[in-house]
Design a protein around this ligand. Structure first.
Ligand code: SAH
Ligand code: SF4
Ligand code: F3S
Length: 475
């Protein structure tokens, strides 16, 4: 208890301090406004996963609270890149675009550039930024994101550059301004970090150890989101079903789901990502009895080959995974199962790829993200001697993708002619007479409608299957 009290005290102190800095920042932004002769503009660019996107909502919330105005363009007075480093192409995109930002900065002497997120937790990245991108004014990491008000104040007051990277943290400051991207749906962090150390993955190194948030703090946040008009929430964490293991009261993920179900105003509950190893029967039971938990489970497979899974340190083998996925299929027949697959992990042969394809055929995934293995410096797999030849990697990737698409088409077609509830998310990108909605099982449907429907949950008949999505009619 002693420890918990200390932490609670530290949390309260840090929260108050950063709230104070939001006020200080307002004064700095006023001064900047006078210098510029207009309201300073800002832009936050997200490169990563849902957790990264949630962090961006916090960054933007603070900037708007301090008096910045958001702009669509990166030609702004302040641009911050919230980076991802899960695969090398994520890093490369950031470096490429930083070059473009430099051009904007040459035209606007008052422009400031910030970079934060998972990339900045890596020493190699910091070295490269210092050497080749000295025009970046503000660099901080994932553990001290909550210090953003203070760092911004220092930047505007001193002109920068400012760099502040922490190795880890034991607190999760939440009570700061947030600007949600969508009015009707929101992610909510239930835990941070990851303790699984899959041998290919950089996340545990850049996000730190697993830390679950207090259950009441989560439920209170969801209640206030509901009061603010949010209908759909997504509980976020790298391994949501390990939730609570390090909490004093040992609340389980299933208990958290059940408690969330009780919150009035919330109509849909999603979660991302559960780990197959920790997917216990109590979650299946809660889902069976639930009106609100969406009919979708994302269950990352990574590989269907037991020896590869072992080398990946995934803590399950092909049989265990299949048992679980097929149990979900039989107990929750209308639940969509999606997955992540890596092709080309060190030592992977075509026989291993066949094992993966076998799992795809047996589970009949509703959808899957397929990735080519990307070597991440500092992870154990980066030092494995048997790295796969890129040509073979591509070959395996194409085979897996083909099978995934075959299954996804088959599963999507099963809904043909049904009427389902869709949450309307936006006006269709290509045809403004259509809106785009999402079914509980995550399938997308486009149908006639206008902006007044955004955020509404409406019945839609699924008329024409277009492969992975539907054209429908509002009923
Ligand atoms: N915590 C989640 C997802 C983490 S990252 C989980 O355990 O599944 C999202 C996905 O990126 C992973 O599921 C994996 O498929 C992929 N990924 C992670 N590291 C990778 C790497 N080094 N190369 C290719 N894909 C990777
Ligand atoms: Fe990475 Fe594995 Fe943790 Fe997922 S469970 S974030 S893949 S280490
Ligand atoms: Fe990328 Fe960091 Fe998410 S590495 S996938 S943004 S946790």
């Amino acid at each position: 208890m002693e420890v918990k009290t200390d932490l609670a005290e530290k949390l309260a102190k840090e929260t108050a301090l950063q709230q104070h800095y939001v006020e200080e920042l307002k004064a700095e932004v006023e001064k900047l406004k006078a210098r510029l002769g207009h309201v300073p503009t800002c832009h936050v660019t997200t490169f990563g996963c849902q957790m990264n996107a949630r962090d961006s909502e916090k960054l933007l919330g603070i900037l708007l609270a301090a008096g910045y105005e958001e702009t669509e363009s990166e030609e702004a007075d302040f641009v911050i890149y919230n980076t991802c480093t899960v695969r090398d192409n994520a890093d490369q995109r950031v470096y490429g675009r930083l070059g473009v930002l430099k051009g904007f900065k040459n035209k606007n002497k008052e422009m400031k550039i910030g970079i934060c997120g998972c990339m900045t937790q890596e020493q190699v990245v910091i070295d490269k930024l210092k050497k080749s991108y000295p025009f970046v004014d503000l660099i901080f990491g994932t553990h001290n994101l909550y210090k953003f008000p203070q760092l911004m104040c220092d930047l505007l007051a001193s002109g920068g550059p400012i760099m502040d990277i922490w190795k880890d943290t034991d607190i999760t400051v939440e009570d700061l301004p947030v600007c949600r991207k969508y009015s009707y749906k929101s992610g909510i962090n239930i835990m941070y970090g990851c303790d699984k150390f899959c041998t290919y993955c950089i996340v545990p190194y850049v996000r730190g150890r697993e830390r679950s948030r207090d259950k009441d703090a989560i439920l209170n946040e969801i209640r206030s989101l509901a009061a603010d008009g949010v209908k759909e929430i997504m509980l976020l964490g790298q391994n949501v079903n390990s939730y609570g293991k390090n909490l004093p009261d040992k609340t389980t993920f299933a208990q958290l789901l059940a408690a969330t179900e009780e919150i009035e105003g919330i109509e849909r509950i999603r979660f991302m990502t559960p780990h197959p190893k920790d997917f216990s029967d109590d979650v299946i039971e809660v889902m069976k009895g639930s009106e609100k938990i969406c009919k979708h489970i994302h269950l990352p497979l990574q590989s269907g080959s037991s020896p590869i899974l072992k080398r990946m340190n995934r803590s399950y083998d092909k049989e265990k995974y299949l048992d679980l996925a097929l149990k979900i299929r039989s107990e929750l027949p209308d639940v969509a199962i999606t997955t992540d697959i890596i092709v080309g992990f060190p030592g992977e042969t075509m026989a291993d790829v066949e094992e993966t394809i076998d799992v795809i055929r047996k589970v009949e995934y509703d959808n899957a993200f397929t990735f080519q293995y990307s070597k991440r410096e500092g992870t154990p797999a980066a030092r494995f001697p048997d790295q796969v030849d890129p040509v073979l990697m591509q070959e395996g990737f194409d085979l897996v993708l083909e099978e995934v698409q075959k299954m996804a088409r088959k599963r999507t077609a099963l809904l043909q002619g049904k009427t389902e509830l869709a949450l309307v998310e936006e006006i269709n990108d290509h045809d403004p007479s259509l809106v785009t909605g999402r079914l509980s099982n995550n399938t997308i449907v486009h149908f006639k409608g206008d902006a007044s429907l955004i955020g509404e949950i409406v019945p839609v008949s699924l008329d024409v299957c277009q492969g992975f999505y539907y054209l429908g009619t509002r009923q």
